[in-house]
Design a protein around this ligand. Structure first.
Ligand SMILES: [Zn+2]
Length: 327
């Protein structure tokens, strides 16, 4: 079996960040939106650094303005995921992009996304779940609205609450109210931490927000005590190596700590984050892990079993995933 054939589970994925460039170009052309500076000469997303990436992301997603756009986006994104043999994906959703925090509007966006997910599941067998996400560089009011919209629509499809965005903006403790509200509504919790903020950020996220998963978390490699704590707590890292290389969190794949974290017993999973922005796919991530760290089929399968166990889905769905992975 090649890595392309392996059934894969992806836990860290931003819906807009997965938008194929040709999809955004076509949508922008239809709406006469100027996207100068978003693409390079080859038509790939283009930006100089992390803050430039956030700007490019915001500019590209300006073309997405209606629930119908999100229906089309979800279909386009899931078709690409299914081509990579992704059998289950959790995607981050932000109310700021989907109705600007208005609950009635958010329900329309959510219903369009869910409709697209249901159709993709019927066609390709891929299962999608959503994680409502507060974004650190958005306003506190916007993030409060995100928590309210998340809590009001928590259910079979919207199963998690997360925190993304610029890690240097604000503290984890600033989001405690939103995370408590989400948890009370039955949403499972994750937060981006330790992508840029080192071990300290990972520690703050588990201490201040009591999350069960960490987005990235690669900064934990700096702190052996923290790694032991992650092992003891069973905290799962949503590691996105290609994203870290593209944004220069590490310089080269060879420098990436994913293999060392795994050897230390930390539970790691593999995702793409924002695949076309980082010129990657799930297949590409797996090929690089095989080439650079010698991860064989058994190791990659074990990583997917970890991901299935950490997925924010109900137990019947989890059992279905574990069966497909071949546990
Ligand atoms: Zn992310």
């Amino acid at each position: 079996m090649t890595v392309a054939d392996l059934p894969k589970i992806e836990l860290h994925h931003h819906l807009e960040g997965a938008a194929p460039p040709e999809f955004i170009r076509a949508l922008a052309a239809k709406k006469k939106i100027n996207l100068d500076g978003v693409f390079d000469a080859k038509g790939h997303y283009s930006y100089p650094d992390f803050l430039g990436f956030l700007q490019c992301y915001t500019d590209a997603t300006a073309a997405l303005s209606t629930p119908e756009d999100y229906y089309d986006l979800t279909r386009a994104v899931l078709a690409e995921s299914a081509e990579n043999n992704v059998i289950y994906c959790e995607t981050f959703l932000a109310t700021e992009f989907c109705g600007d925090g208005d609950l009635v509007a958010w329900r329309e966006y959510l219903s369009a996304i869910q409709q697209a997910a249901t159709e993709a599941e019927a066609k390709d067998g891929i299962i999608l779940r959503g994680i409502m996400t507060a974004v650190r560089h958005f306003s506190p009011e916007a993030n409060r609205k995100a928590a309210i919209c998340g809590a009001e629509t928590a259910g079979d499809f919207l199963t998690g609450f997360g925190l993304a965005g610029d890690e240097n903006s604000g503290a984890f403790a600033d989001y405690k109210y939103e995370f408590d509200m989400a948890k009370e509504a039955g949403l499972r919790l994750t937060a981006h931490a330790g992508e840029w903020g080192g071990a300290r950020a990972v520690r703050d996220a588990i201490t201040d927000l009591n999350v069960e998963r960490i987005g990235h978390g690669v900064g934990a490699i700096e702190d052996a005590d923290l790694m032991r704590e992650l092992v003891d707590r069973g905290t799962v890292l949503e590691v996105c190596p290609g994203s870290n290389v593209a944004l220069r969190v590490v310089n080269r794949w060879e420098d990436h700590p994913i293999a060392r974290l795994r050897e230390a017993g930390v539970l790691v999973t593999v995702s793409t984050d924002d695949p076309p922005f980082f010129h990657t796919t799930m297949n590409h991530e797996y090929e690089m892990l095989e080439q650079v760290f010698g991860w064989d089929e058994a190791t990659l399968r074990a990583t997917n079993i970890t991901a299935a166990k950490a997925a924010f889905c109900d137990d019947a769905t989890r059992a279905q995933l574990l069966k497909k992975i071949g546990e």
